[in-house]
Design a protein around this ligand. Structure first.
Ligand SMILES: Nc1ncnc2c1ncn2[C@@H]1O[C@H](COP(=O)(O)OP(=O)(O)OP(=O)(O)O)[C@@H](O)[C@H]1O
Length: 279
């Protein structure tokens, strides 16, 4: 996806593409929620999916992981066994009392293979350690806080050592120290080659890790490029000034739809080489 007609001589190897979604449309009930979304995520990228409430972020990630059917378009992602998915605001404590260890172990089950693999306890311990909950492994999940339950679900997604991790607002309602710990864990995993697509309302502690931001508005991509800077300046280190394109900024920032995640840094969504902004 480029803004110019110049031939893309530096096209990456197709094997580097982890998510390739083209012209994805999703309808829910009578709503046409996604209206032709294109998204490419390459190996090692950490892509933040941003946008106002109701812009279609969760719908897009659910369509990508196969939890929702697309009405049309194509989606290419790794096989389910190579993907970890943490949905939005789901409790790790289901109807049946279960321990953190049991919930995380369920991430190792596969259709057609309902037995845990040899060495599962070590794998589960390692995954819980990544989210700082190894010492709570035998605790019932309904005795954990909401933020801790969220971390159990992240461990369940990580236990299968995915090549792609898809997270829907993983730090919503999570306290600052836990957010920092989560960001440190992500930093280690990304250094090991993990690719991440993460729905966020603000970059927060993940800001240093995010390589690209994709902004949705009314089910369409309105920005695909540099992430916003928390300081209101441009994300690129060699960029010396911010370009005042008020109209585009308002549109990209959500306009009347009220995208307010980065009011003081919306200029960072404009005028960046490689950025495509569609009306
Ligand atoms: N089951 C459904 N039937 C009809 N419309 C739905 C359904 N689920 C979601 N929608 C609508 O689809 C639109 C996109 O919802 P989605 O949850 O993808 O937005 P979002 O960007 O993730 O929002 P938020 O930031 O609030 O989580 C919303 O207008 C929502 O009302």
């Amino acid at each position: 996806m480029t803004a110019t007609a110049a031939p893309d001589t530096a096209a990456p190897d197709v094997d580097d593409v982890v998510i390739d979604a083209r012209d994805v449309h999703v309808r829910l009930g009578t709503s046409h929620v996604l209206r032709g979304v294109d998204l490419t995520v390459r190996r090692g990228e950490v892509v933040a999916l941003l946008g106002a409430n109701g812009s279609g972020k969760s719908t897009l990630v659910r369509a990508l992981v196969g939890a929702l059917p697309a009405a049309s378009g194509t989606v290419r992602v790794p096989p389910p066994a190579r993907m970890g998915y943490v949905p939005q605001r789901v409790s790790a404590a289901g109807g049946i009392p279960s321990t953190a260890q049991e919930v995380v172990a369920s991430g190792l089950l596969r259709p057609g293979r309902l037995r845990l693999p040899r060495g599962w306890r070590d794998q589960v311990h390692d995954a819980l350690e990544l989210v700082g909950l190894a010492d709570r492994c035998h605790d019932a999940t309904n005795h954990l806080s909401g933020g801790q339950q969220q971390r159990v679900l992240i461990a369940r997604a990580l236990v299968r050592e995915p090549e792609l991790l898809v997270l829907d607002e993983p730090v919503a309602g999570v306290d600052q120290p836990s957010q920092q710990q989560f960001a440190a864990t992500m930093t280690r995993l990304v250094a090991q080659g993990l690719t991440v697509l993460v729905v966020l309302h603000e970059l927060g502690e993940l800001a240093p890790l995010v390589t690209r931001a994709v902004v949705l508005r009314h089910g369409r991509v309105v920005h695909d490029g540099a992430p916003p800077s928390a300081r209101g300046g441009h994300a690129a280190h060699d960029h010396e000034h911010v370009h005042p394109h008020a109209a585009t900024t308002a549109a990209v920032a959500g306009g009347e739809s009220g995208f307010t995640g980065f009011e003081d840094s919306t200029a960072a969504f404009t005028d960046h080489p490689g950025t495509e902004v569609r009306p």
